[in-house]
Design a protein around this ligand. Sequence first.
Ligand SMILES: Nc1ncnc2c1ncn2[C@@H]1O[C@H](COP(=O)(O)OP(=O)(O)O)[C@@H](O)[C@H]1O
Ligand SMILES: [Mg+2]
Length: 329
Amino acid sequence: MAQIQVEGLTKTFQIAKRRAGMLGALAGVVRREHRELVALDAITFEIGQGELIGYVGPNGAGKSTTIKILSGILVPDAGHCEVLGFVPWRERRRYVAAIGVVFGQRTQLWWDLPVVESFDLLRSIYHVDDASYRRTLDEMVSLLDLEPLLDTPVRQLSLGQRMRCDLAASLLHEPSLLFLDEPTIGLDAPSKLAVRDFVKRLNRDRGVTVILTTHDMDDIETLCERVMVIGDGRILQDGSLADLRERVSPERRLIVDLEDPEVTLDAPGARVISREGPRWELAFDPRVVSPAQLITQVASRHAVRDLFVENPPIEEVITEIYDHGGLAS
Ligand SMILES: Nc1ncnc2c1ncn2[C@@H]1O[C@H](COP(=O)(O)OP(=O)(O)O)[C@@H](O)[C@H]1O
Ligand SMILES: [Mg+2]
């Protein structure tokens, strides 16, 4: 059974076209000219219990708007949306007790309070009983290494520390579904790793469904089995990372280090992408020549020091999708 069902979800914002001219402003005349910006254009998808979904797209694609509707903050203009059996914006109070939400760009913690006091406040807001609160808090403190932060006012935390605390805060009431909107934005590398590791465990060990928006392709590559690509308010692709690669371009890469840097590589069925000294990077279509065939060909013609096959970077795959507006329906 789907935990999240979204059908034809549409959201349009009215934005001011232009300000009143100087004369109009002096005369106190405001010209109300608006234009419509379609942030979400009839998006449809389903998400099952326990999935870890990457929701990716460039800035302005509609990711946050989707998360805001799914978490009951915004009301759509059209379409249906049911999450955990709730219509998010209709039964908001009961609904928010069942979900967790983190927005990377802002905190749900009280700026001037020590972290642990924010947690206590959230505990009472969500009516979490003492025993489960203790248990969950202990777990979060140990998983996210929060002990040294608990008595620090939120405003003194680094972005990475704050994000770890926000993650804990969003889970104190043990929701089965977690929305993360750009949880790694602006974080340094170790903090990113900590966040990814935590999210992965949360999903794997506790079966929490996670919808994660990001424009960081490493997040996707390390975390997500399923990826939904959004561009200009439309879902361009929805599938596994492997599906995405396959649909966009089945091309793979072969990197070859030759013993002799002077030699010109001869590799039938492959295309040279780059060469740096003895290192050659080739692209090939596995439907035309298999990796094994290609490697055999190369090895029979040249003295090879090392070689390996890899996928094109996911950035390239996604860029391809944006540029061509999605290839599959
Ligand atoms: N409150 C708002 N008023 C007007 N336009 C908005 C508002 N929120 C978002 N938008 C516009 O809707 C589009 C989608 O925004 P958003 O969902 O925030 O994108 P993303 O999170 O993918 O970067 C953008 O063009 C953005 O400028
Ligand atoms: Mg956003």
